[in-house]
Design a protein around this ligand. Sequence first.
Ligand code: SAH
Length: 397
Amino acid sequence: MTSSIRLVKGREKSVLRRHPWIFSRGIQHVEGSPVSGETVDVYTNDGRWLAKAAFSPESQIRARIWSFEKEDIDCDFFIKRIQQAQQLRDEVIWRDKLTGYRLLAAESDNVPGITVDKYQDYLVCQLLSAGAEYHKASLVKALVHCFPDCHVYERSDVAVRKKEGLAERVGVLHGDTPPESVVIEENGVKISVDIIKGHKTGFYLDQRDSRLQSMKYVEDKEVLNCFSYTGGFGLYALKGGAKRVINADVSQPALDSAKYNAQLNEFDISKKRAVFLNADVFKLLREYRDQGTKFDVVIMDPPKFAESKAQLNGACRGYKDINMLAMQILNPGGTLLTYSCSGLMDQVLFQKIIADAALDAQRTVKFIERFEQAADHPIDTAYPEGFYLKGFACKVL
Ligand code: SAH
């Protein structure tokens, strides 16, 4: 018999609003002894059936809801979810001629803890919840059913798995080991992705639209691309006719890929039109400021600074610091393209931080455009936490 959980009275409210998380404090009683990841039925305090969820005994998020319907969580269930997610993306894939995109965005695609990115024929999975781990075999079977020619690789090498009591894991789940370079294309730009050694699942697909939008600010400009990773914004800047692009990152392999990507696209990077600089951005910005080096465009796309609420204050200081420095090294009328991928920092707070940075930099700054994550990173109305990536184009007078 399926195990079940009974909620504390009143705690069904968020479930009725279709939020997928059930916290440990919201649970009155667990019936049976479900193992990590096992499917449980969820009931209100007075015994009304609500949902099917994955039980996670070690996590504060004690259960994550798979479905609000009485259905089995098995291979067919995952096939349905994958088909739904693919259909949702068909339009953008066709319109933007994508050969790399996020196929499943976890909670936002009603498959909590399961992220799958598709790079050509390689599906790369990141499984972050006990339920995802428990159903891994069914998920892989479902992926192979939907994409028979694809190889499946796991990149579950992230520390947050600990919260669910899971060890980190990488390796082939189906088919072949990915080669060192899988070349995808977005908006006519070729990008080599290293699935095995790259960050996350290999590439930051979520910034695709922002990268495209950035092109209109760069023609004939001196561009500084901070936190460049494998080129991303820098490649679009070259395509957009930038006079010079400095890509700065602390990861040498990422910088090597960035250079390789520039060559792959046959961009003219002679006469130092593109520079790939191994540097800590925090220090580099100070050096430029102290030397009086100026730019027309600064792109600021840092890694996530806040992983938890406890880190949010520190993260705010970090964002303010780099954005203040960026403003100080911009020529009058220059453009700051700045982003935050910390979900805990909402758009309003990010806007305030940019305002504080402008005060400290003693510059007049105007917001002229807003950016969000690309369409293959949808936001379910019931799960606003899925909106994590935001950015601004600012004119710095
Ligand atoms: N803009 C990129 C993604 C950036 S990811 C794109 O569009 O693809 C964040 C990058 O910041 C990573 O490559 C990481 O190596 C780099 N990084 C982290 N801390 C850094 C620091 N202090 N200085 C420079 N780079 C840093």
